[in-house]
Design a protein around this ligand. Sequence first.
Ligand code: 5GP
Ligand code: ZN
Length: 114
Amino acid sequence: MSDCIFCKIVAGDLPSKKVYEDDQILAFHDIQPASPIHVLIIPKKHIASLAEAGDEDWVLIGHIQGAAAQIARELEVEQSGYRVVTNIGANAGQIVHHLHYHLMAGARLSPLGV
Ligand code: 5GP
Ligand code: ZN
């Protein structure tokens, strides 16, 4: 997807502060952190959102969840707690239409809701 900012980050055409990378996924710090630790974890493959994921993507998405737990361990927020969340569509406030999981930590997070 040539007009997708996260595809550009994957391609190295836009800079990012990387936290983790392997052949399938990339994790980097959010440019506008909403918590003291705010990391985005994305598949290198362009998938618009969880709603657009196909049966062939579930292993990849499971891998993202596993990486989130590992990154939280490495950032030493496992004990204090953290949140992993993905926004889908307008009501959830999805702005970037390339699947991404927010890993948020470092402070008491506000409850989920409206
Ligand atoms: P969404 O609302 O789509 O779930 O979240 C998109 C997130 O991507 C936001 O938290 C926003 O700050 C972050 N973001 C948008 N553009 C960039 C960028 O170019 N680089 C990085 N590192 N984060 C970005
Ligand atoms: Zn993309």
